[in-house]
Design a binder for this molecule. Structure first.
Ligand code: MV4
Length: 499
């Protein structure tokens, strides 16, 4: 095992990794930018090295500064966390070239899955279902029109270098194609310096279900089941859970999707922790979407239900060890939920609300876990993702997990910044949520169900997609009245005040 590991990240995930290192008797090195001098991850690590200014391009994304810090502290390995450099093939390669172990998959796996068209081709060749569409990037308007004609409208244009919804455009009819191609390519160019886009048939009201995989460098590869991540707002996950409510009704689906994920991962020569994302339609057809070649934000729900520690596994795998268990040893017990609690103002379109935390009371008790990178008196910087904590719970059943989450949220109290805690109270009381009827348009529908006139732009964006997809499925009833989130929250605030 390693003696010393550098954690190339900040916030709750750096804290999470540092805890695992401590437990395994491995010394930890934190890195920090100017505004993170007093951050929790810096306080918790055995050593800490300043790597530059607040702008992450000059600190947490600066490969040479991080390698320098590793060299200076004699670290043997680098854990990249999620975000920042975690899916940067050049960084993984640079670590290896500098004689450091990158705690993740090979640079080749990262590169292969980084191109969404290459990943799609790889999955398809491995016998994993992909959404009907073009094999590679489209090269002309004529080709785009031909593909769309063949698979049928509506179609989605997606950035080949993308992922996460950037550069995505819905095209509902032929006459929209030219402008949509131009917009999608422009957005892809600005976001990824790569204007290539590809086409997929749009799947209506899909669920987003992902499979956690784990592989060692000796060819062993297992899956740890699914996470349901359908609850998203503007392509940001809001609540994640394990198991997916769908698997209760159709338990064979876990094994089918699990095997498909293993085929995709195996084709990529994958080792370490990874996630294969799928869309699942209302007929329970599943389609490969992309593969994330990192530890994910929502890994705690899988840890709750499988009893494994994914960071321990990552460390053992990176050090050349073997997986601690075989597929048949994996058991799924109970139900787990995770809420991403942000310093954002739900009454003002989830506008970021960084600032100093002047009061902090956190929930505790059986089956309650808080992953956080903040402390009382700390100022959440405006330069980064304003995540306060991931609150996760585990209980015997989904109903009990929901009840446990609700009481944990009641115990949670944060002053000094606006938070999304109150918003979760409302979602968790929702009957559609309780029934497990989840899909990627859920939150847009949720706002719409409770709304009066006026349309919020961010709701409109998702709702337009959902609506178009509905129409395509033949039940094209116009959506009910949409509403400005601001007035929605004012209305909800009358029912119950936010904290
Ligand atoms: C789709 C889709 C429907 N059909 N692809 C959005 C982000 C990116 N990772 C994939 N996304 C989607 N791809 C096809 N062919 C609908 C979405 C989508 C979505 C997916 C997952 C979670 C939330 C979403 C919200 C809107 C659209």
């Amino acid at each position: 095992m390693f003696r010393k590991v550098l954690v190339a990240n900040r916030g709750e995930i750096a804290v999470r990794v540092i805890r695992a290192l401590k437990e395994l008797g491995i010394a930890s090195v934190a890195v920090y930018s100017e505004v993170d001098r007093a951050a929790l991850h810096v306080r918790m690590a055995d050593e800490a090295i300043a790597i530059g200014p607040a702008d992450s391009r000059e600190s947490y994304l600066n490969i040479s500064r991080i390698l320098e810090a590793a060299k200076r502290t004699n670290a043997e390995a680098v854990h990249p966390g999620y975000g920042f450099l975690s899916e940067n093939a050049a960084f993984a390669q640079a670590c290896t070239d500098a004689g450091l172990v990158f705690i993740g998959p090979s640079a080749a796996s990262i590169r292969g899955m980084g191109s969404k068209t290459a990943a799609r081709a790889l999955a398809r060749e491995a016998g994993v279902p992909t959404v009907p569409g073009a094999a590679g990037a489209v090269t002309s308007l004529a080709e785009a029109l031909a593909v769309a004609q063949e698979v049928g409208y509506p179609v989605l244009l997606k950035a080949a270098a993308g992922g996460g919804g950037k550069g995505m455009r819905l095209v509902q009819a032929e006459e929209e194609m030219e402008a949509a191609l131009r917009d999608a390519a422009g957005e892809a160019e600005r976001a990824f310096h790569d204007a290539r886009v590809y086409i997929e048939k749009a799947v209506g009201r899909p669920r987003h279900i992902e499979i956690q995989v784990l592989g060692d460098q000796h060819g062993n590869l297992i899956h740890l089941g699914e996470r349901e991540c359908s609850l998203q707002r503007r392509h940001q996950k809001v609540i994640e859970e394990c198991p997916s409510p769908l698997m209760r009704e159709y338990p064979e689906l876990r094994e089918q999707m699990g095997q498909a994920a293993l085929r995709a991962a195996s084709a990529a020569g994958y080792y370490n922790a990874g996630t294969v994302e799928f869309l699942v339609d209302d007929q329970r057809n599943f389609y490969f979407l992309e593969m994330n070649t990192r530890l994910q934000v929502e890994h705690p729900v899988t840890e709750w239900v499988t009893g494994l520690d994914l960071v321990h596994e990552q460390l053992r795998i990176a050090a050349g060890g073997r997986l601690a268990l075989r597929q048949e040893d994996v058991r799924w017990q109970g139900s787990a939920l995770e809420c991403r609690i942000y310093a954002e103002d739900p009454e003002n379109q989830f506008f970021p609300s960084p600032g100093r935390i002047t009061r902090l009371e956190r929930p505790a008790g059986p089956g309650v876990r808080v992953d956080s990178g903040v402390y009382l008196g700390w100022t959440i910087p405006m330069e980064y993702d304003p995540l306060i904590a991931k609150l996760s719970v585990h209980a015997a059943t989904r109903d009990l997990a929901i009840a446990r989450m609700r009481s944990a949220l009641e115990e949670y109290s944060v002053d000094g910044v606006k938070t999304t805690i109150g918003f979760f109270h409302h979602i968790l009381q929702d009957e559609e949520f309780a029934a497990g009827r989840l899909h990627t348009g859920f939150l847009a529908d949720y706002f719409a169900r409770r709304a009066t006139p006026e349309v919020a732009p961010e709701v409109e964006e998702v709702a337009a997609l959902v609506c178009a997809l509905d129409a395509a499925r033949g039940n094209g009833a116009p959506r009910g009245s949409m509403k400005n989130t601001q007035s929605l929250w004012r209305q909800l605030g009358r029912e119950r005040s936010f904290r």
